[in-house]
Each structure stands twice: as structure tokens, then as C-alpha cells.
Design a protein around this ligand. Structure first.
Ligand SMILES: [Zn+2]
Length: 99
């Protein structure tokens, strides 16, 4: 959504807002409440963090803690090893070089 990219659901992180206004990384995609999707790409995580995209999408009244984005980055790094289709993604090779 940050970069208006379309694709399969598993290419996105789902971020949900809890009833108490907390931000949840919804790994299963089944958490209740308002949700936002973010591409599983490092640059989109960066963009969301810089531009407060998730805060706006989830209508949060306070900024998301930077540690939340670290969770997403960790998840990206972990997924790199396990996904065969990363090799077909030009960004995937760039991520490996940076990472
Ligand atoms: Zn994106």
C-alpha cells in the first residue's frame, strides 16, 4: 500500500491495530481490528517508518515505536533464506548484498 504495489497476500505484512491502540504485527493475517498491508520489502518498511504511513492507515494517535520496524526487518531477513522466489526478484538480490 505504501508504494501501491499489488501482489499476493503473502508478499505483504499485515499490521493490525489492537483495541487499545497498540500496533500488532499480524503474522497469521487473522488478527481482528483495523489492518494495513505493507510490502515485504526493506525499502517499503523504511518508507513506512519515515513517512508514518502505518500511523495514518491505522489512524493511530501516536507514532509507532522504532522497535516495531526492527521486528519487520528481522522477519524480512529471516524470510530471505527460505523463499525460492526471492531469486527472481531484482530487489531480493539487492537485499542480500546489503544485508
Ligand atoms: Zn511497498
Amino acid at each position: 500500500m505504501a508504494c501501491k504495489r499489488e501482489g499476493d497476500k503473502r508478499d505483504f505484512f499485515r499490521i493490525a491495530r489492537g483495541e487499545d491502540g497498540s500496533v500488532i504485527f499480524d503474522k497469521t493475517g487473522r488478527a481482528k481490528g483495523r489492518g494495513a498491508y505493507l510490502c515485504r520489502r526493506e525499502e517499503c518498511v523504511e518508507l513506512a517508518s519515515r513517512k508514518k504511513v502505518l500511523e495514518v492507515a491505522l489512524k493511530l494517535d501516536r507514532p509507532i515505536d522504532p522497535s516495531f520496524y526492527e521486528i519487520l526487518r528481522d522477519e524480512l531477513r529471516r524470510a530471505e533464506g527460505g523463499r525460492a522466489d526471492v531469486a527472481q526478484d531484482p530487489l531480493g538480490s539487492r537485499l542480500r548484498q546489503e544485508g
